[in-house]
Every structure is written in C-alpha cells, then in structure tokens.
Design a protein. Structure first.
Lengths: 244, 40
C-alpha cells in the first residue's frame, strides 16, 4: 500500500477529539464540578484557541506536553535540542494560555535520562511521567522536582486502545483501583490520576463508561479533587527534605 | 547518543519502599488527591 499521505484516517480520528469528543468530556467533568489539568502540547494550543478558552474559563491548569503529538523527547536528541524542546513547549503554552505551565507531562512518556534535570532547570515544579508509585515523591534534581505518579494502568488509551480491554472493564478498573487506594489511604494518603484522551473516550459509545466511573468516585467523601500543581505545592511543603 | 543505563539506574531516582515512609497527609484530612488529566 505504501505510505498514506495525508493519513486521513488517523488524523481525522484524533481530530474528532478536538471537534466533538472534548465537549462530551467537559460535560462529564462539569457534571461533577471537576477541575482538570490539561496536558497541552504547543501545536494544539496554537491551533485551537477556542478550546484553550473553554479550559481556561473552567479554571483548568495547563501543563506543558511537548511540541506536538509527533515529537517526543528521546535519548537520541542532544542536550541542547532537549532543552530547546522543553523551552519552546513551555513558552508556547504560556503565550497561548496566558498561564505559564509549572508542570510537565511527556509526550508518550518520552524522556531521556536527563529530562528531569532539564525540567527542574527550566523552572518547572512537577513531572507526571513515571508509574512507579501511588504517592508523589521528590526527584533528586536541583531544585527537587515533584514526581506525580502517572498511573497508566487505568489510562483510557493505554487500557482500552493499546491493550484492547473492553470498556466495561475500563470502568471497573478505574472504580476498583480507586476503592483499593481509598481503603489503603487510611494510613497514608494517596494520589489518583485519571488520564483522559477526548479522541478516544469522547466517542458516544465510550463516554458513558467514564460517566459511570465518575459517578462512583463522586460517592466518596474525603477526596481532594484538585490540579497537579496544587498537589505539587502540597508536596513541596510536606515532602521537602525527603529527596535523599 | 546518551549512554543507556540498566533499568531504573537513574541519577534522579531513589528507591523508597512504601512501608518505610512516614505517613503522607493531605489538606483537611483527605485520603485521596484526585486529579483528572485531559490530553490536548
């Protein structure tokens, strides 16, 4: 078949999220008065000012998310290019949203071993890429960067797109993970991040499963629904000195 | 090209098994910090 260019199938599938799916996701979040952290790539911020306004008027926070969905940081890039990638991503989001991002979510989890150091050097406060915990912790960077867990096991795309887990199981996974963490948190509080991709979960046959999971979470008391920045600030006060 | 390291042999990482930590407390006695991430 050769290369498909333009790849209309893939591009229009992703574009569905920005034209249609996002509004179902926003409606679901609004119904429960949930604020979100937007992992915003630079190109998306420049191309979709209408959506930037929709996020901003809801008080959402913007985290930098690389230059575009097709660019990730890798160890194949030299350090100068990695720093430039981070700087351009942060500056573009700041210019487009009027809000300088304080956090970073890598495109496709793409980091080099130097990325945490570069993010700290660029003045960012947190990074939400690593899946090795259910509590935030401090990385040994200068200054210490807050590592917000990225719990990809109940990420909509990781679970139901890449791993082809049926949507009822997506809903159940979110609810069961939340229930277990909630019980464990009697001794020590935990973090629960729900990662949503409007191009996937925003379709009419999928949105109901997100709604059902949010309904169940909403029944719990003692939940601090907040943005990643607020969690990072709290960690700065409570965890400082633990990056040994 | 940066040298590849084994596993999580990473200069910024430190191993801290959960039972070894002090309890982490959220504002107002919350058990869970719940964040929604929307990818854009």
């Amino acid at each position: 078949m050769g290369d498909l260019y333009p790849n209309t199938r893939a591009h229009t599938l992703f574009e569905y999220g920005n034209r249609v799916g996002i509004f179902r996701v926003l409606q679901a979040l609004d119904r429960h008065n949930l604020v979100a952290t937007v992992a915003a790539n630079a190109d998306a911020c420049e191309r979709y000012p209408f959506l930037v306004d929709e996020f901003a008027r809801r008080g959402y926070e913007f985290a930098a998310h690389g230059k575009s969905a097709a660019n990730m940081i890798t160890s194949r890039m030299n350090e100068q290019d990695q720093r430039a990638h981070i700087a351009r991503s942060v500056e573009t989001v700041a210019r487009a949203t009027g809000q300088r991002p304080r956090g970073w979510v890598s495109q496709d989890y793409g980091e080099s071993t130097r990325t945490p150091a570069h993010l700290a050097e660029a003045g960012l406060t947190y990074v939400a890429d690593w899946g090795n915990d259910d509590q935030p912790y401090l990385l040994r960077t200068t200054p210490p960067l807050v590592c917000i867990p990225n719990q990809a096991d109940w990420d909509d795309v990781q679970l139901s797109w890449h791993r082809q887990i049926a949507l009822p199981a997506y809903r159940d996974t979110v609810c069961e993970a939340f229930d277990v963490l909630y019980e464990e948190a009697e001794r020590s509080s935990v973090f629960f991040g729900l990662h949503l991709h409007p191009w996937f979960i925003g379709w009419p046959h999928r949105i109901g499963y997100l709604e059902a999971a949010l309904e169940k979470i909403a029944l719990k008391s003692s939940v601090w629904q907040t943005t990643a920045c607020n969690v990072a600030d709290h960690c700065g006060k409570t965890l400082l000195g633990e990056a040994r | 090209m940066t040298e590849r390291r084994r596993g999580i042999d990473h200069e910024h990482y430190w191993h801290s098994p959960k039972p070894s930590r002090d309890a982490w407390r959220l504002p107002n006695g919350a058990r869970v910090a719940f964040c929604v991430f929307v990818y854009f």
